[in-house]
Design a protein around this ligand. Sequence first.
Ligand SMILES: [Mn+2]
Length: 348
Amino acid sequence: MSAGNGASATTAHGSDIKTVEQRILVFNDPHIADRPPLGRKDDYLQAILNKLITIGQIVKDEDVTQVVCTGDLFHYKNPKHTSLGTIYAVRTILSSYRCPVWIVPGNHDIPGGLVEIRKQPIGLVTSPTVDVIRQSSAHITPLIQTVFRPYDRRRDCDPTYYALTEEERKQSESLPTIMFAHGSIIAPGQTRPYPHITIDQIDLRGITAFCSGHIHEDLGTHVIRQSTWMCGFINCGALARTSRTDANMTREIQVTILSVKQDIPLEFSSRSIVLDVPPAEEIFHEQVVVAGQEVPDSIIEFAESVAQGLQAETIDLDTLLQSMPEFPDIERDELRTIVRHYLEEAQV
Ligand SMILES: [Mn+2]
């Protein structure tokens, strides 16, 4: 296995390439919305649609054979806040890609669980070539097994949710298996101030590569090795920049391309492609104002970590606010009001 930026790029564009190679383009967390998230000053909807259009061009240029979105296709959890026109525009762009597209539902897509798919915007983007994953499942495509784990608010931090089932493990003996999940999974040795698991807590046997969305930072590529197997963990960060966090002020916006070739031994590689987008200074207001009050960046950082990390679906706001650190110069009650307003207005 090779992994990293650019170095492991493949390859010949022969006419029979699709029979001997799978090239999967993965993107995370587009957070499509009509109304810009709090703090954005540009045309947010157009910016994110442009990224989806650019991905269509990459699909063409790179001979991509499958596209996977790892979740949070839409931003607002209340379906009334996304217009049919926007849903239709997204469906049209995704359907124009020249290969099958899989969408793994994220917590913003199905805040109440998978039963909500039919009531949510994500349920309306299916087309002959665009599939929305409706349950934890595996699919056999030429050369590989793709396994999907949609966001599950009860099992988000349960490592057994992400391990292969017996059936999937059996398939993995003859087919390279790639996992696509939406969950609070971070790299080995890292930690966060919200509930999470690290990739090495998961039983990764049989999984060649593990791609996860949900955490918006660029977590990079990590190879987890044991004596008899290895697995690549990849999260190149969200497609969307939904708030003025330190990570969003500095990171690149990118997609990942995974390549599996039918060589003996099977070769797997991943690389990222950076999208050409405006710098963060051009898309964010310098100061977020909520209910007439300027919100310090440190509070936005806290509110986002609470909201993204999350499990806002299972823990009530008061419980979340109990974990709030002290901020100098702001009274505790006033701070709670600002964070509450921020979370409500940001709809996170
Ligand atoms: Mn997200």
